[in-house]
Design a protein around this ligand. Structure first.
Ligand SMILES: Cc1ncc(COP(=O)(O)O)c(C=O)c1O
Length: 301
């Protein structure tokens, strides 16, 4: 099972895509083979969800997007309001108002020659928004997913900072391949000290004796869902800790779950062949899922 499994929706057969200011049918949404994103994975992206015709946590997503653009020295060519206009134009063109997911991508644009030097990216940025009708599969929650620990680590900020939502995801993709070859759905990745850190596409939490634990946050994506879960726990008197913990404490956890914009909180039922808890969505995971659902309703109503 993929952690981004969604129920099939025939409305997705004919999508309209935002491509550099135009809305075009998906089979006409084409970019150059010289695009920096295609050639080098040189770009940044955000995954954002539409509920009740509102973009959930949009300010946080725009903050992270513009911060990443500064970090990799790309001028998006649009201000925050214009990015929001582009998102709304894509949603409107596709008649999407609820349970929809946008992948907003910005690359360094088209290169004059097929080499790495960013000065060869001469066209200005390429901006693409792909939106889909997207409801996470109920199987994800009912059956949970399985993880395998892999040798690929979440690295230090001075290699490829794990806080960058970069187009190049090779480290995470290799981690995912290793996990799948080991028979699991997704990879559990450790940090440079061997503490449990994150999965290849989501943040990771465990529950032990009524306490919710997640990594210190030093080596993982600064997930918006991760931060919302931590804040919801604090507001609802659920003890929550950002701390180092090892595989021993992970295998022995009562519950485990992953967080991300798409799946919210996805239960993890098995790690490296060890069953977690009762192999069902645990009581605290269930409670946090409900609190998060209420939060989404509140911020999008
Ligand atoms: C590696 C990684 N971890 C975690 C997340 C989840 O972040 P968020 O909760 O902001 O969707 C993402 C999503 O972009 C990711 O790529």
């Amino acid at each position: 099972m993929t952690t981004h499994a969604a129920d099939h929706d025939p409305r997705n057969d004919h999508l309209l895509i935002y491509l550099n200011g135009k809305i075009v049918p998906s089979d006409e949404a084409k970019i150059s083979v010289y695009d920096s994103g295609f050639m080098l994975g040189d770009g940044v992206w955000e995954g954002i969800r539409l509920h009740n015709n509102q973009w959930a946590f949009i300010e946080d997503h725009l903050d992270r997007l513009f911060e990443a653009a500064i970090a990799i020295d790309i001028d998006i060519g649009l201000d925050r309001g214009e990015v929001l206009d582009a998102l709304n134009a894509t949603a409107n063109a596709n008649s999407m108002v609820d349970n929809a997911h946008a992948r907003l991508m910005v690359t360094r644009g088209i290169k004059s020659k097929p080499f790495q030097d960013p000065r060869l990216s001469v066209s200005g940025p390429t901006v693409v928004i792909i939106m889909e009708h997207s409801k996470p599969s109920v199987n994800l929650v009912d059956n949970g997913i399985t993880l395998a620990t892999v040798p690929h680590m979440r690295g230090l900020p001075m290699t490829q900072d794990p806080k960058l939502n970069s187009h190049s995801k090779l480290n995470c993709i290799l981690a995912g391949i290793a996990a799948q070859k080991a028979g699991a759905d997704e990879a559990l990745m450790l940090d440079i000290n061997g503490f449990v850190n994150t999965t290849n596409s989501c943040n990771f939490f465990i529950v032990r004796k009524g306490e919710v634990w997640t990594s210190t946050g030093d080596y993982c994506m600064n997930g918006i869902t991760r931060r919302n879960v931590i804040e919801l726990c604090r507001e609802n008197n659920i003890p929550v800790f950002e701390r180092n913990f090892s595989l021993v404490e992970t295998y022995g956890a009562d519950e485990a779950f992953m967080t991300g914009t798409f799946g919210a909180q996805t239960p993890v039922v098995e790690i490296d062949g060890r069953t977690i808890g009762s192999r069902k969505v645990g009581a605290l995971t269930h409670k946090i899922r409900g609190l998060y659902r209420d939060l989404i309703e509140k911020v999008t109503s």
